[in-house]
Design a protein around this ligand. Structure first.
Ligand code: NAD
Length: 247
């Protein structure tokens, strides 16, 4: 029970990596508040499946890219749970295109949902964590934010921004025992990557020394480490979970 009695927030928790993190945190004893945008039915199923013996797993409809909706959500979590020990900024999207074809809307949407969302949630939980003098903030970046990727200038910019944000927050909050780290997944089997065609996938596999895509659970295990007291002296870092794709 690595997270017994801790309260965790996970944005975008109804599928993929976010869902795997909600499941891992629930298994390890945390109370979890997760957000979703439209998957009401999945959220209810997750609540029913994972809540047990006084351990609460609860979904909240909230758009992480909205500053005011994020504030309302954080206030609701504090009313229901009384504290926040862990924040996982997981919500994210892709809208891929080569720069020559990328619209302003595609650029703005990806920055708002991937990067501004991290600011929104971190800003609104910070007062509580500062009061507690403890907390772990975990931001989902990507190896694409480290090395760039043709066709993903908007996504790469948002994910590189998250790494800078993570380092800055670890610096600002270090004296208050609040840690902030990023996880950089490589290519992970989720809805986000099933849209890639076979040729693209084959090209990607050739770049992965471990010769396979990763699983959402393998990313969730890194989040579990960073959320738990196993990592009390780890802050300001970006941990890649990528089968040695970046090194
Ligand atoms: P996914 O598309 O399966 O899930 C993303 C989740 O975020 C969805 O549930 C979606 O509804 C939610 N979401 C999107 N915008 C939101 C918003 N504004 N507010 C609240 N929720 C929102 O993707 P995934 O593969 O599980 O990715 C999770 C995170 O990991 C993302 O930040 C992604 O960029 C990152 N990542 C994924 C991979 C990969 O290969 N799958 C690689 C590197 C990084």
């Amino acid at each position: 029970m690595l997270l017994k009695d801790k309260v965790a927030i996970v944005t975008g928790g109804t599928r993929g990596i976010g869902l795997a993190i909600v499941e891992a945190f629930a298994r390890e004893g945390a109370h979890v508040a997760f957000t979703f945008v439209s998957s009401e039915k999945q959220a209810k199923e997750i609540e029913n499946r994972l809540s047990r013996n006084g351990q609460i797993i609860k979904g909240f409809k909230s758009d992480a890219s909205s500053y005011s909706a994020s504030e309302t959500f954080v206030n609701e979590v504090l009313q229901s749970f009384g504290k926040i020990d862990v924040l996982v900024n997981n919500a994210g999207i892709t809208q891929d295109n080569l720069l020559l074809r990328m619209s302003e809307e595609q650029f703005d949407a990806v920055i708002a949902k991937n990067l501004k969302s991290v600011f929104n949630l971190t800003k609104h939980i910070s007062k509580q964590m500062l009061k507690q003098r403890s907390g772990s903030i975990i931001n989902l970046t990507s190896i694409v934010g480290i090395r760039g990727q043709a066709g993903q200038a908007n996504y790469a910019a948002s994910k590189a921004g998250i790494i800078g944000f993570t380092k800055s927050i670890s610096d600002e909050f270090g004296t208050r025992n609040i840690r902030c780290n990023a996880i950089a997944p490589g290519f992970i089997e989720t809805d986000m990557t099933t849209v890639l065609n076979d040729e693209t996938k084959a090209g990607i596999l050739k770049q992965i020394p471990m010769q396979r895509m990763g699983k959402a659970e393998e990313v969730a295990n890194a989040a579990l480490f960073l959320a738990s007291d196993m990592s009390t002296y780890v802050s300001g870092q970006t941990i890649s979970v990528c089968g040695a794709m970046t090194r």
